[in-house]
Design a protein around this ligand. Sequence first.
Ligand code: GLY
Ligand code: MN
Ligand code: MN
Length: 461
Amino acid sequence: MFAKETYIHRRQQLKETLKSGLLLFLGNNECGMNYADNTYHFRQDSTFLYFFGSDYAGLAAVIDIDENREIIFGDELTIDDIVWMGTQPTISEKSERVGISETLPMKELRNYLERAAAKGQSIHYLPPYRGDHKLWLQELLGIHPTEQAAKSSVPLIRAIVEQRSYKSAEEIAQIEEAVNTSVEMHVTAMRMARPGIKESEIAAAVTEVAMRNGGNLSFPVIATINGQTLHNHCHSNVLKEGQLFLLDAGAENGMHYAGDLTSTMPVSTQFTERQKIVYDINHRAYTAAVNALKPGVPFRDVHMIAVTEIAKGMKELGLLKGDPAEAARVGAYALFMPCGLGHMMGLDVHDMENLGEVWVGYDGQPKSTQFGFKSLRLARKLEPGFVFTVEPGIYFIPELIDKWRAEKMFTDFICYDKLDAWKDFGGIRNEEDYLITADGARRLGNHKPSSAEEIEAERNR
Ligand code: GLY
Ligand code: MN
Ligand code: MN
């Protein structure tokens, strides 16, 4: 945990922004995987961690701005809890660590909210993402789960996004710790990948690195010879000579700050000629994007720089025709890169995503609904303190190629006849993590082999 002053200061800032009302925060609970007592690994809600620091299940908090009260709600452990799960600090001890002196039993939360509603106080809450929270909110506030997201508090969402988007020096140190572990995960994979090994063996090894460093995974590992499937969680294939292997994996550290990196490597010790050409095109896109990072530049423009570079490369391969910048502008590039260039990163790997991408990534401006552009999670102007990923990729997705061809999509730009020969190529992505500084940007964490030459050198050590 950070010092209690950090949490006091964060809550103070939130109160100054909201000015009035009652702010309700639900901590996460244990959640059964296949029966009640066989639970998923516990993960506290990130906003709860940000303001209340406490990494335990079964808590809720209220910031009552009108009454000038901050209260943690929770119940002390029973002797059965202690026998099975071990002991914990008391609710008061958990609260005092973050500068809160008032605690109440959980059963008082509903009464407190009912009294607040009766007094006409506005009750602000965040959109829930867990089923138990939806039922809990229904019990606490009488709002049906289908209406909860729409009735959640936009002022609270905006105030939290305004705080969590700007990472402090102590947060950046935590993120760099997570990124460094993530780099170790990737170097481990680069040293392991070879013909005959299973995807699952590499997934297990990188998970071991994350846990050995005192944290866990920041999202489920993608360790695959089918990198064209963007979030591919199957690990059952055996790597074969001549294939590409893609690892998208990151650690969260003990404080739950995330890293998120992707590497693509040849299963053989070197890329084939064709793989190297595509890798180099993608790396050009990555480098062009990184060179454009500085305060004031909209990340949408950085995305356009990267996808224009990809469109240029596809033209060099004879897969696109016409003006690459125009192919990028109209969205024809999305056949090769149907996702966005990056996303905010912090306590969540896609930071604050549940608070709404329009607020987190678009500063309230509407998002495109067009295929490709709709998956760009971050478009707003970059500002010092923002931490995010840069992750261009080139993907040959046979089903997407066939669909676009049948629908005659962008026939002015796409050379469908040439694409049949590329349907078995797979996918390439390079992903690294950046901080916007006062006058530019800084890559976070230790260096990860990034260019084709660096990856081959690591593979041949
Ligand atoms: N790990 C998922 C992503 O890169 O966004
Ligand atoms: Mn990412
Ligand atoms: Mn990733």
